[in-house]
Design a protein around this ligand. Structure first.
Ligand code: CP
Length: 298
């Protein structure tokens, strides 16, 4: 069971923890409540972000709380201050910390250093737990279930941290079949391959999607900032989209490069912007549940 003191990996969550987070998030969509008045959230970002940083900020504002934000530019990091000291200082000014790191492997230690409840906002190519929760929330909204789904993960599954977290989340629900469609150099890390029901090379994307008949296509961006000599590209052309089942939904954590052209955004199956908006209620749920567990809230 989730201790609610940190959320650094989705492996801390059971199926019932996830169901509870999504249920609390739904309640915030119906009825926002200012549960965090007087509380401060520290957004500590060592890597660029638009959605994660701003949706945590929006979530805390909607909960009645306040936010302070760290970015390296303009901070004493430019004078050589360590990430460790920066986290200890910022978290010391706050009741809960959100930390994004450009490297994998350190987030557990950083969360412990914070001394307040801490949330992983993405660590290198490892995990992005709250993104996977908002992805699951979106799938639940669209399909009414998180089980017995056929999901095609498309693109960079080697470095795509959102995929790593979402696959682990969906593996907790029975009957899900998860397929990967990737360039040969960007397949899932070996330790995660047991989750796949099948793998296709991206050269055969059209054939793969025709065979899989997915309920969800989860597209990702090539993580150019993490590539170590690998190359990869993939584009969901209109003809491929047209061939998908009418009930299929195409998700993308964004930002996108050219994987889904903007001229496809009007197709009701293509929902990355709706998905991104779900970041607010889901993060409201995570923040309030963690602060409540620390008896910080009434
Ligand atoms: N989906 C996501 O993590 O986007 P940002 O990098 O903009 O936060």
């Amino acid at each position: 069971m989730w201790d609610r003191n940190s959320l650094v990996s989705v492996t801390q969550l059971s199926r019932s923890d996830i169901e509870e987070i999504l249920s609390v998030a739904s309640s915030f969509v119906r009825e926002p409540r200012e549960l965090c008045k007087g509380k401060i959230l520290a957004n500590i970002f060592f890597e660029p972000s638009t959605r994660t940083e701003k949706s945590f900020q929006s979530a805390m504002y909607r909960l009645g709380g306040q936010v302070l934000t760290h970015k390296d530019a303009g901070s004493s990091r430019e004078k050589g201050e360590t990430k460790e000291d920066t986290i200890r200082i910022l978290a010391g000014y706050a009741d809960i910390a959100v930390i994004r790191d450009d490297e994998e492997g350190q987030i557990m230690r950083y969360a412990a250093l914070a001394g307040v409840p801490a949330i992983n906002a993405g660590d290198g190519s490892n995990e992005h737990p709250t993104q996977s929760l908002l992805d699951a929330f979106t799938i639940m909204q669209e399909h009414g279930r998180l089980e017995n789904l056929r999901i095609a993960f498309l693109g960079d599954l080697k470095y795509g941290r959102t995929v790593h977290s979402l696959m682990k989340v969906l593996s907790l629900f029975p009957g899900n079949e998860m397929y990967s469609i990737t360039p040969s150099s960007l397949t899932l890390p070996a330790e995660m391959r047991f989750i796949e029901a099948g793998h296709y090379d991206v050269e055969n994307m059209e054939k793969a999607l025709n065979e899989i008949k997915p309920d969800v296509v989860y597209c990702t961006r090539v993580q150019k900032e993490r590539l170590k000599g690998e190359k990869g590209s993939y584009i969901m052309h209109r003809e491929i989209l047209e061939a998908l089942p009418t009930t299929c939904r195409v998700l993308h954590p964004l930002p996108r490069s050219n994987e889904i052209n903007a001229d496809m955004d009007s197709d009701p199956r293509v929902i990355p912007f709706k998905q991104a908006r779900n970041g607010v209620p889901v993060r409201m749920a995570v923040i309030s549940m963690m602060l409540k567990a620390k008896k910080e809230l009434e």
